[in-house]
Design a protein around this ligand. Structure first.
Ligand SMILES: CC(C)(COP(=O)(O)OP(=O)(O)OC[C@H]1O[C@@H](n2cnc3c(N)ncnc32)[C@H](O)[C@@H]1OP(=O)(O)O)[C@@H](O)C(=O)NCCC(=O)NCCS
Length: 146
């Protein structure tokens, strides 16, 4: 699959496409909509997109936690290209970018349904499952040292 993975500027047209993708993949299937709360930290985050023929098919955000730790947030792959390796390649790009910025640890709150995906990529579960407030879905905390 021909894929272009790159950083997206906050507020750009590509960023707005990313918000639509997050809404479609992460919120609509739950009967929810992307909320003000969901996008509150967006100006402080770094945004990455995976493009197939200029169409955004995947996105993820890097949220700075402290000097050494970045949080991976709102990972969403378009439903029609899931399980085709886009997520794996987007994470590889994300980790390389995080490393270049000086981060040494990636943390996240992962849906239990996606836990196996992150485990395949070397992330370890560091909490018991808990109910995530915004989605009402069971999540676990996961970590990877890069
Ligand atoms: C979960 C998600 C990000 C994975 O991205 P993807 O592009 O579909 O995954 P890839 O095709 O790159 O998969 C990489 C590997 O993980 C595995 N995998 C993918 N999704 C998985 C899942 N939900 N559970 C277990 N393993 C999974 C694949 O089989 C593949 O393994 P392999 O290389 O051994 O064959 C994507 O499917 C998605 O957006 N899902 C809906 C929203 C979601 O759950 N987001 C994460 C919120 S924390």
């Amino acid at each position: 699959m021909d894929l272009d993975i790159r950083e997206i500027a906050y507020g750009s047209a590509e960023y707005r496409q990313g918000k639509l993708l997050r809404d479609a993949v992460l919120r609509r299937p739950l009967g929810l909509a992307l909320s003000e709360e969901d996008v509150k930290q967006d100006p402080n985050n770094k945004h990455f997109g995976a493009f197939q023929e200029d169409v955004l098919v995947g996105c993820v955000m890097l949220h700075p936690v402290d000097a050494h730790t970045a949080q991976l947030k709102h990972m969403a792959i378009a439903s029609d290209v899931q399980r085709h390796g886009v997520g794996r390649r987007l994470i590889a790009h994300f980790e390389a970018a995080a490393k270049a910025l000086g981060y040494r640890t990636i943390c996240m709150e992962a849906r239990v349904t996606a836990q196996g995906f992150y485990a395949t990529l070397g992330y370890q579960v560091v909490s018991e499952p808990y109910m995530h407030q915004a989605t009402g879905l069971p999540h676990v905390k996961m970590l990877k040292h890069i």
